[in-house]
Design a protein around this ligand. Structure first.
Ligand code: FEO
Length: 164
């Protein structure tokens, strides 16, 4: 059985993963609105990954005999600036998520909740991948700038991402 403290903390993370999906859908629409369909597609796939992150935690909470406590989602912004700014904002957001996952991991350790600790290991690894993947895109965007032909090449490359 999961503790109330851990249950609340995991539910807060479920809300945050779902907010991430909302945020990336809003960013996707923003990019598509600027005719960057590839970046929009990449973000749509990223949004579906965030929904999967939430679902995985929901399964875990329920498997432990815990209660799902869904909360209202904060509305994401609707304006994000240029594509470089969009991806810089994603990197900052993911770094914030990493901090939250690390705090959850510490809580699981403090509570000697080994099952939560092991479940959270997957998220620790996932955050390393996410930060690396987005950081690389930010570097590429800085290299090409948001004017000129290279960004359209990058856009067509980004559009090749599909749901695994
Ligand atoms: Fe679910 Fe992008 O962290």
């Amino acid at each position: 059985m999961i503790s109330q403290t851990m249950q609340h903390a995991l539910n807060a993370q479920i809300n945050l993963e779902q907010y991430s999906a909302q945020l990336y859908l809003a960013m996707s629409a923003h990019c598509i609105g600027k005719s960057f369909k590839g970046f929009g597609q990449w973000l749509k796939v990223q949004a579906s990954e965030e929904t999967a992150h939430a679902a995985r935690l929901i399964d875990f909470v329920l498997d432990r005999g815990g209660k799902l406590e869904l909360q209202a989602l904060e509305a994401p912004p609707t304006e994000f600036g240029g594509v470089i700014q969009v991806f810089e904002a994603i990197l900052a957001h993911e770094k914030g998520i990493t901090g939250r996952i690390n705090a959850l991991f510490e809580l699981a350790r403090a509570e000697k909740d080994y099952a939560s600790e092991i479940a959270l290991q997957w998220y620790v690894t996932e955050q390393v991948e996410e930060e690396a993947r987005v950081g690389e895109i930010v570097d590429h965007l800085h290299a090409v700038g948001d004017q000129g032909g290279a960004i359209w090449y990058l856009d067509s490359k980004m559009g090749k991402r599909s749901v695994q």
